[in-house]
Design a protein around this ligand. Sequence first.
Ligand code: PRT
Ligand code: MG
Length: 214
Amino acid sequence: MTITLALSKGRIFEETLPLLKAAGIEVTEDPEKSRKLILPTNREDVRVVLVRATDVPTYVQHGGADLGVAGRDVLLEHGGEQLYQPLDLQIAKCRMSVAVREDFDYAAAVRQGSRIRVATKYTQVARQHFADKGVHVDLIKLYGSMELAPLTGLADAIVDLVSTGSTLKANHLVEVEQIMPISSRLVVNQAALKLKRQPIRAIIDAFSTAISSR
Ligand code: PRT
Ligand code: MG
């Protein structure tokens, strides 16, 4: 019985490695050097598949992978209801925030009840956030470089992930509201959990122990 784990390259891959190690799993090829999309591990029964961060829930939901690691941001947009989410891995941490140009008076716009044009990749979270606040928004869906939208006049505000804040700063944007903290979660295919219970449980337990001993 092979266990397939879906990861995205970059921070999620890097930050999942120590947890895998704690579970006795070592990826034996470097994704930054290899062109392979399926990476072997030291364990004959475990392999890693590399997918786009936003595709991780899809792979796991439809059984293309048994388990995976995905950001809370990605899971909220995907609607990860059908996925078993046993663990917050406390990795790839950041926050989802509202940001505007330095010269845009967000508080005044909200107070006056103006319609605010908001560009974001996270339309579900943004719609809910502004609805809860009773702020009228026109959402503009983008797939990347949200920071550019207020600078070009495409939007008044953005909803994006912020970690150090240096991307906002470099583009003369300021964070005006924090919507929620973000970290990555372990997601598991429901059927795989039944069929491959023992090896999957072993991975969940090892991850869990590694997280709480950090
Ligand atoms: O980059 P690519 O288009 O391939 O895909 P992706 O952006 O979906 O993947 P990746 O690896 O960049 O992000 C995977 C997950 O990491 C996200 O789903 C988040 O849960 C988490 N994460 C943690 C972040 C950040 N921190 C982060 N800082 N994802 C993105 N960013 C971006 C942010 O969007 C902004 O452009 O980094 C920029 C801000 O960083 P600071 O440090 O300048 O504030
Ligand atoms: Mg990215």
